[in-house]
Design a protein around this ligand. Sequence first.
Ligand code: GDP
Ligand code: MN
Length: 402
Amino acid sequence: KQQFYLKRENGEKMNWKIIFCFTLLSMLETSSSSKIYNVDPSGYVLYCPCMGRFGNQADHFLGSLAFAKALDRTLALPPWVEYRYGEPKSVQVPFTTYFKIEPLESFHKVMPMEDFMEQIAPTVWPPGNRTVFCYMPRGNPDSESCNAKEGNPFGPFWDTFDVDFNRSVFYGPLNYDVIHHNMGDAWRDKYSSEDYPVLAFTGAPASFPVQEENRRLHRYLEWSDDIDQRAEEFIRNALPKGAFIGIHLRNGPDWERACEHIDSTPSLFAAAQCLGYRNEYGRATQEMCLPSRETILQQTRKAIKDYSAKSIFVASDSDHMIDELKKEFKRMNVSVHRMPNPVPQVDLAILGRSNYFIANCISSFSAFAKRERDIKGIPSGFWAFPQKPQNIQNSSSRSDEL
Ligand code: GDP
Ligand code: MN
């Protein structure tokens, strides 16, 4: 109380600190469950979802869950890292804003990172004695440090929890592949839970894209009631009764640039979800990455017919093509819809409920909805895939040459 009062006297700078404290307090209040956790003697895994946006982070989450399971450590569920236009620092959104905890608990020991910091960290991971793990020194090569807080979102992420690091551990040559290598034991041998109760990583202990074997873990990711309800409400109120087709149009300027590299990167981003993890089903193409107007209209038309759909739901990061789609399908009496102010997670939840979904094979955002649907056993397709026979021929002869 006394300290608080003194701070107030210090003018503007301190006012800002007080506001920050209140924000932090209210955040902790809303995001932490009332549940009381016992200390896990096997230890904890913490990480910053420091790479990419939601789709990438979700891929990484599934791998990190498998990693924590293999090491038998409790996984601290990190907040989702979001980037708001024009803001220099990432924003951290509590894990539970988007997903339920209970289904995850049925698979493995997990707890929200907010709860970990509040209940466990003060005794098990006190300030002044915090180690961070990275494969090798990162950032400044002379520093022999993970520089875990250097850059955005690295700094803002750990600052959300007032975490500073006192020591770095370079864990190379160990890796995260608990499926193909006996990494669970290797980690346990080298970094015991007695010596290292907390393994805090600068990035997700997982690969991107998600390993094939870990896709099934998506069944433990269930949307929060809030996201579910918003999706349901939209479907009930905005769409006509009857079947609807969900389509994902990933076409913003960042994506156009990414797609330029497709020829030199036959398994770019999430491409394995349709091409296979060893490119068994061909190579990624421009048309799969950034489908043409013709491809979009043609495949959507076929889907409408196949499912006797009454409407189309469009999710996009940029151009929803609403007018074009409306014009094209007016005569079929099919209406076209989008969320007025699209929230990525609600868009995904709606796509997850459509009667048929056309995904962008390269996009990890699309991959999220595709995995959810695979788990539910409902059908999806991809833009420009499977490729026309002559293209497959070309692509396989091309790979023969390599
Ligand atoms: P990827 O880049 O497509 O592999 O997926 P990421 O999720 O990593 O990055 C794309 C980001 O763009 C998403 O996280 C969203 O913020 C945004 N985005 C892409 N597609 C959509 C969409 O259909 N709807 C909404 N609301 N946002 C999207
Ligand atoms: Mn991305």
